[in-house]
Unconditional design. Structure first.
Length: 277
């Protein structure tokens, strides 16, 4: 397995548009002379999604706790992708400021996403095998979607959140196919429930892992020095074990931001001139 997760992506966020101006007078002369960049804010539009299963709706926006008439909680609620994305936004900011624990979490989430994709593939193979066994000559099927299903506006802050959004959409489609197969005895009920539950469990484990990180202000420099800040950071988040590759920068993930340059990281420029008094 390749530990380097820094792979190219075709995400929409990487697609940009440019304009060519033939008249330089369109630019403010002082800004051009000073080398400042003139930027045009691209309005990329909005994304909406229609989920057709309660499973996917719960995975996206979460599930509220069930309470009795007196307000006593009968069944705990469950966090969704939107809440995980809110928490992860702080993790991404910390990773940008060279927090190795934040970077480790993003790396772990990337690995978890790969495991989810492998699980989804296995679940699909189970359904496909069951369908192929039942659908012989003269058998047809039509999957019906509820056109009145709720529509959600998608506003996610992190690259990983947007990545997992499409996994939730895959779950939505899979659940519809799975329920169809359960309804028509193509697959046993218990097996059907196990498939849906396994996918949901894998995603919710990712959601909960976002809470493993704690803000400490630690940096890789602190960890290398093993100072008090680093020791305190390790105590606060014992479930996040730093990989040596994260510390030395050899392990990467496309979901982590570029680390900001710090003054101490910049090599001093050597001058050929003699010192002047």
């Amino acid at each position: 397995m390749n530990d380097n997760l820094d792979q190219p992506t075709d995400a929409l966020s990487n697609q940009t548009a440019s304009l060519i101006f033939g008249d330089m007078s369109l630019f403010e002369e002082k800004a051009v002379a000073s080398g400042s960049n003139a930027r045009v804010k691209n309005k990329t539009g909005e994304l909406t999604i229609q989920f057709y299963s309660n499973n996917a709706i719960g995975l996206y926006k979460g599930v509220a706790p069930t309470k009795d008439e007196k307000g006593k909680i009968l069944k705990r609620g469950q966090i969704g992708l939107t809440k995980m994305d809110d928490v992860l936004a702080n993790v991404v900011m910390a990773a940008r400021n060279d927090d190795p624990y934040a970077y480790q979490l993003l790396y772990n989430l990337h690995l978890a996403s790969n495991r989810f994709e492998a699980l989804m593939k296995k679940c699909r193979e189970v359904l496909e095998t069951a369908v192929n066994e039942k659908f012989t000559g003269g058998v047809g099927a039509k999957l019906t979607k509820d056109e009145n299903a709720p529509v959600f506006n998608v506003f996610l802050k992190t690259d990983f959140g947007r990545h997992i959004f499409w996994k939730v959409k895959e779950v939505d489609q899979f659940v519809l196919e799975n329920l169809f197969c359960r309804q028509h005895a193509i697959i046993p009920r218990d097996a059907s429930i196990k498939l849906n539950g396994g996918l949901a469990h894998e995603l919710r484990n990712m959601y909960h892992s976002a809470f493993l990180w704690k803000h400490t202000g630690v940096t890789r420099k602190d960890v290398l020095e093993n100072n008090q800040v680093a020791q305190r950071a390790a105590e606060l988040q014992p479930h996040l074990v730093l990989n040596q590759g994260i510390i030395d920068g050899t392990l990467t993930t496309m979901f982590a931001p570029r680390i900001v340059d710090r003054p101490e990281d910049v090599e001093p420029v050597q001058s050929n001139n003699e010192d002047t008094k």
